[in-house]
Design a protein around this ligand. Structure first.
Ligand code: GTR
Length: 433
């Protein structure tokens, strides 16, 4: 027993050193921040089928081109979910009708996944507003350090999954402690969300797959391995695909809860979890509204601009995020059969909000805007305007349409300002019947 523990400890150390050196390599590739050095590029046409025929009708888009684009994103970027059966059991861990000083209903749902003699647990934390007509619309997003970090509520169950070390907030030995309880409350304005009549649900992303390059030996991937398989095939899911899959498993729960309006679920995420929210929204059309906050490369930003973080940089720093096939496009973006505007197009006709931050040049705000703008023709096919702007708007002046966009002043973060825009957006699209 001791020997195997030592072996696991050594293995983990090697993997973490490997992860750090990947990061170092990734960060050594020089990023371009000069607009005049953005190479000439031409974006793939969302309406041009790979057999050379053009989308002419809505039916062509819905029946032929959308499935084709979705299949490309699956096999070349985020990865397919392997076929195969795993057992999923939903357990109510706890419920309170007087949470947050009586303001909210709090539920914690533990989802048990099992297969291959392995199991995994994912906790969904849900707050619902009280004294409003039910069922209620809900925002769902993943968090970076554990459900207990999003709010000071002492009753939130603390995760026992791997957590990224961060001594500043009291996370050591890859274990979430009590210390960071509520530390991320600034990113999750729970009370404001509830007061506006929405519920909020969140999941710790590390419950589904730990965010380090472990060769896919931990996390949900292992439950799907066929006999003898030790890692996903080149076209199978990486970590972002897994996290998005976790969001869909929460959606499976929402459809069973009569207090939640399954037709009014908004999926939201910041940064790598913004990439995750976009992919979840693209792959699972049950999400009624999609929000990407500072998702950048591999999210809303156009890959072909090669501004800030690039495909080669992201694949080197985070080799586990995308599928193996995505590495083919390192320094080879023009060969991608899509660009990220076509990821956003997969949401059509559902409302989608893309947000950037002025000082977050790593995420390429202009590339995020252009992606949103170049999606508009697909929305037009549905008779919708898409993004009503030709130029990137001034900071803190949101552009509101079925595709909405803002660039906030300040850094890479998700702030109350961002949430206020998302709540207004949801009021427009989710509150109407
Ligand atoms: C960075 C990464 C970005 C973004 C960010 C985050 O290191 O390069 O793509 O995902 O992390 O998630 O905070």
């Amino acid at each position: 027993m001791k020997t195997s523990f030592n072996f696991i400890a050594v293995l983990l150390t090697i993997l973490l050193i490997a992860e750090c050196s990947h990061k170092a390599i990734g960060q050594n590739i020089k990023a371009n921040y000069d607009e005049s050095n953005v190479p000439a590029y031409s974006l793939p046409d969302p309406f041009m089928m790979s057999d050379g025929t053009r989308v002419k009708t809505l039916d062509d888009w819905v029946k032929k081109r959308r499935p084709e684009i979705l299949a490309f994103f699956k096999s070349e970027m985020y990865g397919k979910i392997p076929e195969g059966h795993i057992d999923v059991i939903y357990e109510t861990l706890g419920e309170s009708r007087v949470a947050l000083e009586g303001l909210a209903i709090r539920k914690e749902i533990r989802v048990h996944f099992s297969a291959n003699n392995r199991d995994l647990q994912m906790d969904i934390l849900i707050y619902l507003p009280k004294d409003v007509p039910q069922p209620v619309p809900v925002f769902i997003g993943m968090n970076f350090y554990g459900n207990h970090t999003i709010c000071e509520d002492p009753e939130i169950t603390r995760t026992h999954s791997w957590a990224r070390n961060n001594e500043a907030i009291g996370i050591k030995n890859y274990m979430a402690s009590e210390a960071p309880r509520g530390i991320r409350a600034g990113r999750w304005p729970v009370k404001e969300i509830l007061k506006r009549g929405y519920g909020l649900a969140t999941i710790y992303y590390g419950d589904v797959d730990p965010d380090f390059d472990d060769g896919f030996q931990n996390g949900i991937h292992t439950l799907f391995y066929k006999s003898g398989q030790t890692k996903p095939a080149p076209d199978e899911w990486g970590s972002i695909g897994a996290w998005a899959w976790g969001l869909s498993r929460a959606m499976d729960y929402f459809v069973t809860d009569p207090e939640i309006d399954q037709n009014k679920i908004a999926v939201i995420g910041h940064s790598r979890l913004g990439k995750t929210a976009l992919w979840a929204g693209a792959a699972d059309e049950r999400f009624a509204l999609v929000i990407s906050n500072d998702s950048g490369c591999g999210g809303a930003a156009l890959s072909r601009r090669r501004f800030g973080e690039t495909v080669a940089i992201i694949n080197t720093s985070f080799p586990h995020w995308f599928c193996g096939n995505f590495k083919k496009y390192n320094n080879n973006e023009d060969k991608l059969p899509f660009d990220q505007h076509m990821l956003i197009a997969l949401m059509a006709p559902r409302p989608v909000y893309i947000a950037s931050a002025q000082d977050d040049r790593w995420a390429d705000p202009k590339g995020e805007f252009l992606s949103a703008k170049n999606t508009s023709p697909v929305y037009k096919l549905f008779g919708l305007e898409g993004l009503p702007a030709d130029q990137i708007p001034p900071v803190n002046q949101p552009v509101a349409g079925t595709i909405s966009y803002h660039i906030r002043s300040g850094e890479h973060d998700i702030t109350l300002y961002d949430w206020e825009q998302y709540l207004n957006f949801a009021d427009t699209f989710l509150k109407k019947d």
